[in-house]
Ligand binder design. Structure first.
Ligand SMILES: Nc1ncnc2c1ncn2[C@@H]1O[C@H](COP(=O)(O)OP(=O)(O)OP(=O)(O)O)[C@@H](O)[C@H]1O
Length: 487
């Protein structure tokens, strides 16, 4: 599919999200679309996939101008997008979810041959989704897999992937990349939106960069990472190491903890979390990290064991008891579990205020909102709805809602979808909290982030958890082997 975007403009109120963007993409090309958080990448891709309408400009598909008014219009032309947050129906089975989408694209016949075709796509991509399983029970990574398989099943020729590797493991990523290369080899056009330059280097033949809504440059492979960073931010940025603040004072002691659900059984976990320490959880997605974090936040009842906090055993208490003691959890699925669509930034701050009162103190809430927007550098206003923020800014909003003082922060993929500058910044904020004796346990699929920011690492493999490993002496290769259960 040959795609030509000509002079695309898009405004959201006073925000000029896409400013005169022109771009041509050849068939069989894997194009990297780069830019800092809020640069306008998702907006451009949403326009191309029919989810939102451009204000002006032209879209030509195979030389013909097209007026894309809906995702169904785009799908009919063979354009499909995998969004940062899954677009699916958690209350349905996978089969039902697929059928709904297929009807939207105007093709409603589902013979055994159709389902066989889907299974073949799954097999080619290395996915293993049970068609009669519930969508709501899938992990974020599996939901991405479902969407990708669905798009190919619907016959897309242009595949747009917005940050597709954020929730998936290294081995899933390998499978995904080889599948994408194969698809490009078959002539499909792929646009890969990412903040991870090493992935763009590995996958893409060409990269274009957006900054403040404008397309400001492009490069052909092989890419120089420093050059791309400079193009994205207008200056050089590297990962900044922050001072470690770990002490030997035990903040939380986990003893003989057993956690069980229908997915996984985690047995006999024992470790001490020290005040000011950062512990990273490594492992393939779905190896128990989420259940573990939720158990430590009181959101999931462990089957037995002890969670000792000071003189108290928190086993059996609920999440509000944990919150009262300063133990907070931040989920990975930010728009579904963390933020409330339809509510403004200010309403989020009002809702997250723990102080109980009948009336809203609007003077105070305006001030808190303005302070947090400024402190967390959120590109949005007090009246902006959470779903209107860019992905990276939603993540900033989520983290800005955390209460002070916090004793323990349990963070699921805290820098998901953030650019290097924002990641540096978030970790500087988190480390600042550690200096004030807050302890952090975070999960991440990014080995580099784990070895760089964690003091110690717990490796999860099929519900088994390693002894805490000192991250200082741990190289990524060994960590990778342990995650795969080979060490
Ligand atoms: N529906 C909307 N309503 C209002 N403003 C919006 C909306 N969608 C996006 N914006 C604004 O447009 C700008 C570009 O956002 P966009 O999501 O395209 O950025 P992005 O480059 O994809 O960022 P990220 O890497 O953080 O996902 C941001 O300032 C964002 O707040």
């Amino acid at each position: 599919m040959h795609i030509q975007l000509k002079n695309i403009h898009k405004y959201f109120g006073s925000v000029h999200a896409n400013n005169d963007v022109s771009l041509t993409i050849e068939p069989g090309q894997i194009l990297g679309l780069l830019g800092e958080n809020g640069a306008g990448k998702s907006t451009l891709m949403k326009i191309l996939s029919g989810l939102i309408c451009k204000d002006s400009g032209e879209i030509l598909i195979n030389g013909e101008e097209q007026d894309l008014k809906s995702p169904a219009d785009a799908l009919r032309l063979g354009i499909g997008m995998l969004h940062q947050d899954p677009h699916d129906f958690p209350s349905m089975t996978i089969r039902e979810d697929l059928q709904i989408w297929d009807q939207r694209s105007g093709r409603a016949n589902h013979s055994a041959v159709d389902w066989q075709a889907l299974m073949k796509i799954q097999e080619d991509l290395g996915f293993n989704l049970d068609l009669d399983g519930s969508v709501g029970e899938l992990t974020v990574g599996e939901r991405q897999q479902l969407e990708l398989a669905r798009l190919l099943w619907l016959g897309v020729e242009l595949l747009i992937l917005d940050e597709p590797t954020t929730g998936i493991s290294a081995s899933q990523q390998e499978i995904l990349f080889s599948a994408l290369k194969k698809l490009a080899g078959q002539g499909k056009t792929i646009i890969f939106v990412s903040h991870k330059l090493e992935e763009v280097k590995e996958l893409c033949s060409r990269a274009v960069v957006l900054r403040k809504g404008c397309l400001i440059g492009e490069r052909e492979a092989p890419f120089d990472e420093n050059d791309l960073v400079k193009l994205m931010f207008g200056r050089q940025i590297t990962r900044t190491r922050t001072a470690h603040a770990g002490t030997r004072d035990v903040c939380l002691s986990v003893q003989k903890l057993n956690i069980e659900d229908f997915r996984i059984a985690i047995e006999n976990v024992n470790f001490d979390l020290y005040a000011g320490e950062v512990i990273g959880l490594a492992g393939m997605e779905g190896s128990g990290q989420r259940q573990f974090l939720q158990a430590l936040a009181g959101m999931k009842q462990p089957s037995s064991g002890h969670i000792l906090f000071g003189d108290e055993d928190l086993f059996g208490k609920n999440c509000y008891d944990y919150q009262k003691r300063g133990i907070f959890y931040v989920p990975s699925a930010r728009m579904e579990e963390g933020l409330v669509p339809g509510m403004t930034l200010e309403e989020h701050y009002i809702l997250s205020d723990c102080e109980k009162r009948v009336f809203i103190d609007s003077k105070k809430s305006h001030k808190v909102t303005e302070d947090r927007i400024q402190r967390f550098n959120i590109k949005g206003r007090a009246v902006t709805f959470s779903e209107e923020l860019s992905g990276g800014n939603q993540q900033r909003l989520l983290l800005s809602l955390l209460q002070d003082p916090a004793k323990v922060l349990l963070l699921e993929n805290p820098t998901r979808g953030l650019d290097i500058e924002s990641t540096n910044w978030i970790w500087s904020i988190l480390r600042e909290r550690c200096q004030a004796a807050t302890s952090i346990i975070f999960s991440s699929a990014d080995l580099d982030e784990l070895t760089f920011y964690a003091d110690r690492i717990l490796v999860f493999f099929s519900g088994r958890i390693s002894e805490p490993l000192d991250s200082a002496g741990l190289d990524e290769e060994r960590l990778g082997r342990m995650i795969g259960g080979k060490d």
